[in-house]
Write a protein that binds this ligand. Sequence first.
Ligand code: CP
Length: 340
Amino acid sequence: MSWYDLKGRDLISEVDWTKEEYDIAIKLTDHLKSMYYSGQPHPYLQYKTFAMMFFASSTRTRMSFETAMTQLGGHAQFISPKTLRLSLEDKPGAGETIKDTAKAMSRFCDGIGIRLLDDAINYYGHGDAVIRKFAEFADVPVINMASDINHPCQSLTDIYTIMEKLGDPKGKKIVITWAYSPWIRGRCSVQGTALIAAMYGMEVVIAHPPEYDLDPKVMDQCRKLASASGGSFEITNDMDKALDGATIVFPRNWYTGRRYEIGKDEELKIAQKYRDWRYTAERQKRLTNPGYLLHCMPVDRGNEVDPEVCDNDLSWIYDQAENRLHTQKAILTLTLGGRL
Ligand code: CP
């Protein structure tokens, strides 16, 4: 492990980088955030271009990456895949292949970001497979800007925010709980936060109704990371019990393992059985005092979380959103080659 090794590296799953490598990114984030708040230019990626393909919508990820490249002296190119000649079907007659698209894009840019999840995919794992195929053929780093499985840029931001607010996260209890929303959200953010929290030795508890098991492979990764870091990992179907004594809670909706077989309408019927799975001011009292709200946003106010809980002093959500900018500047600088 060294700073040098991060040049040219992809970041697709949280487990692609080691804790020591995230520590480097966190150290650089501190530096970049200091430069930002002291008004000092830091054009570490001058004349470099980061190409961003969004197959699904975004507020924070698009804006933070675009602003990041501006502040680093480079350029972020927003690409709506509908305007490309690419077809994800990757078969004769369908459109340009992933290989040719990745190879050609590599001649124009210094890094490629891809977001592919939700309605833009046909099965769970599809987004991850496509991003990995791009990475296989691209000659520049590929950064996952949210897939169906992982959201490493959000996860780094989450652990950075926790460390910025509380110092060493080791041994602190974080509860990632399913919460009702008709939005039928993906799993990447909750799975990603669980992975990074386990990697950093936190006491990680996942709470959800019985139908909402997360990806078993990711849960296994969490168990292994927790065991290696001296943290712990537990899954429960009891939200209230899970919240007891927690320092941090991340209440978020996610879909069942059958989302792409049964469709959104059936998903909604299942979700509606659990409308009382909402993070409220009353439930906040179960946490340590103080106990904090972490949320990747967008948050479904009034469903996932009561509005007053989003807005009180124990909510980190806007600082967390801002930190996407600072952590992604570190990821871009390290992977796209900030060094001389
Ligand atoms: N948290 C997050 O990825 O937000 P966006 O979907 O708005 O990018």
